[in-house]
Ligand binder design. Structure first.
Ligand code: TXA
Ligand code: MG
Length: 323
């Protein structure tokens, strides 16, 4: 059931969470599938609804740093980054406090915990009204694209979610940056809108990315498994032309790619102005639209590997991976 987010529907959603149910929760990044993080059975419903492998730990959404400190051991890096970037699209991995009450399933048995204070007022309202820490992965079937509208959540999960709080399209459109600050050196596990440069500037150090593709050990962030963000239609990256039967996902002008009579439903433009933030917010919904247009493949134009473009390319290369 999709309900417009209001004072009353937020209160109703908070009750659903307290009673062990699932709520589709808008955040500034993507819609989350929310459950009470203290309630293991409610958390299990998340994995069941998503068809997600249970080793994949969830982000716990909190109202502020004080609440975060109930569940994690703080350190100086985390404190600096929290004052700089919370509320916002930065998830911090920290050592988990023993006896914090957070379900072991939510953290997949790890001795670390992922925490984030979302900036979206409706997410904030739901956390505060329920008084709970909220476990929420993206509200889609495992391996599918992350939802950026209430309709995406409904299409992917249907009746498996008790209520979807609808608050329009997500502003950022890409999942949060995941930064591991539990070790001696902070490292990015998943790129997002808060970039390595932004983090490095605050901490006065160079910030690197974890290599999840070397195959030498289990990926530290299991959500970084290859082929995670995948449409059904094959994806071809860095296209400089459009081949027979292909759809086009453009960035900037598409004048040199297709003729003016190319079918409208087979092309989308992430950003005609080459604005990377606009492109990020359009990425998943446009991929989904092109996934339905009947093309044999989606040709994607080159996206600059800078700023949030790094995160866009990360998601695109996963979308392009075939098994
Ligand atoms: O923007 C977002 O982060 C959205 C909204 C709803 O907040 N949530 C989201 O959650 O994208 P999810 O579950 O799809 O991605 C969480 C990522 C996964 O890659 C997971 O493996 C990683 O965070 N993660 C969670 N806990 C972790 C931990 N303790 N150590 C390492 N990685 C962890
Ligand atoms: Mg996800």
């Amino acid at each position: 059931m999709i309900k417009a987010a209001t004072h009353d529907s937020i209160a109703e959603a908070a009750e659903i969470l307290k009673n062990g149910g699932l709520v589709g929760m808008p955040t500034e990044t993507v819609y989350g599938l929310a459950a009470n993080a203290l309630d293991g059975e409610a958390v299990a419903k998340i994995f069941e609804a998503k068809g997600r492998p249970s080793f994949n730990p969830l982000i716990i959404h909190v109202a502020d740093m004080r609440q975060a400190m109930q569940y994690a051991e703080m350190n100086e890096y985390a404190q600096i980054l929290i004052s700089a970037f919370w509320p916002g699209p930065l998830t911090l991995i920290l050592p988990r406090k023993k006896d914090s009450g957070i379900s072991e399933l939510a953290t997949a048995g790890l001795d670390t915990i992922a925490l984030r204070e979302p900036a979206h007022p409706i997410a904030q309202g739901l956390i505060k009204t329920s008084g709970l820490p909220i476990a929420a992965p993206s509200a889609n079937k495992s391996g599918a694209l992350s939802p950026t509208t209430p309709a995406h959540v409904h299409d992917s999960l249907g009746d498996k979610v008790d209520m979807i709080l609808a608050a329009g399209a997500c502003q950022v459109g890409l999942e949060s940056t995941v930064l591991d600050v539990s070790g001696s050196v902070p490292v990015i596990l998943r790129p997002g809108a808060v970039t390595a440069e932004m983090i490095g500037q605050k901490l006065d150090m160079e910030i690197g990315f974890a290599d999840s593709e070397d195959g030498s050990e289990a990926p530290k962030s299991p959500g970084m498994l290859l082929k995670h963000y995948a449409p059904n239609t094959p994806v071809r990256l860095n296209a400089i032309d459009v081949q027979e039967g292909e759809a086009l996902l453009a960035f900037g002008t598409d004048k040199f790619m297709v003729s003016h009579d190319f079918p409208e439903e087979m092309k989308r433009n992430l950003s005609e102005e080459q604005d990377l933030h606009e492109a990020a917010s359009n990425l998943f919904s446009m991929l989904k639209e092109l996934d339905k247009c009947g093309a044999k493949q989606i040709a994607v134009m080159n996206i600059p590997q800078t700023g949030i473009g790094i995160a866009i390319n990360d998601r695109l290369s996963r979308a392009a991976k075939r098994d």
